[in-house]
Design a protein around this ligand. Structure first.
Ligand code: SF4
Length: 222
């Protein structure tokens, strides 16, 4: 059984299918406490709106008749029995599944188990301003593949410098999509663009969170 904070149909606000319809499943519970977290409500068990089985989640996804699925949180990969749901999703090749994971969980065992490539991992890298950088699993930087994303969440100039260092050190742009995603209110997007120009950052994308443009930045279930 899974504690679900919310499930809804909307447009994907970020990632490779940004702007396309997607079914969202937001799980309760996170193993991190980022300083600028915008989904703190996902931390508390009391925020659970329903408890569903893997089959019930899959049924909801299929009823929506939308092929993109985004598993988010909280942290999807720390959910007990998440394998049950991933098995169902991985065996349905009509679905395109994105797992938004916080960078503190090793994605290797999941990649080894769920081998059909209809599952992609959008791996965050939490930088110094999050206060969670020491929790990042650096193995993931070598595991990601061409249909995965590394998303550096940028809250300060120091974060930008650190992201650049890691992108170069791990030659990340040759392995997967690489995004720079600003923490809303902490850094101006212009500053990120200037940094990208200054460093000649090819194959790195500034990611704008679409849902925060379409709806109020604090809106939920959209
Ligand atoms: S990983 Fe995500 S949900 Fe967890 S504390 Fe950080 S921003 Fe919040």
């Amino acid at each position: 059984m899974f504690n679900i904070i919310e499930k809804f149909l909307s447009v994907d606000g970020e990632g490779p299918t940004s702007g396309e319809l997607a079914t969202f499943i937001r799980f309760q519970g996170c193993n991190l406490r980022c300083s600028w977290c915008d989904t703190t409500y996902s931390w508390d068990k009391e925020s659970t709106s329903e408890v569903l089985t893997a089959e019930e989640i899959y049924k909801y996804i299929k009823e929506n008749k939308v092929t993109n699925v985004t598993l988010t949180g909280g942290e999807p990969l720390i959910q007990r029995n998440i394998h049950e749901l991933l098995e169902l999703l991985n065996s349905d090749e009509n679905l395109k599944v994105h797992i938004e994971t916080n960078g503190a969980v090793n994605i290797g065992p999941f990649k080894n188990k769920f081998i059909k490539n209809n599952i992609s991992y959008i791996v965050d890298f939490k930088l110094p301003s999050s206060n969670m950088m020491d929790r990042m699993d650096f193995n993931n930087l070598s595991i990601v593949e061409s249909n995965d994303v590394y998303k550096f969440v940028i809250g300060s100039k120091e974060d930008l410098e650190m992201a650049y260092e890691i992108i170069c050190k791990y030659n990340l742009t040759s392995k997967c999509f690489v995004y720079l995603s600003p923490v809303s209110g902490n850094i101006e997007m212009q500053e990120i663009v200037e940094f990208m120009k200054d460093k000649n950052l090819n194959r790195v994308r500034l990611q704008v969170q679409l849902h925060k443009i379409i709806w109020d930045k604090n809106a939920r279930g959209v």
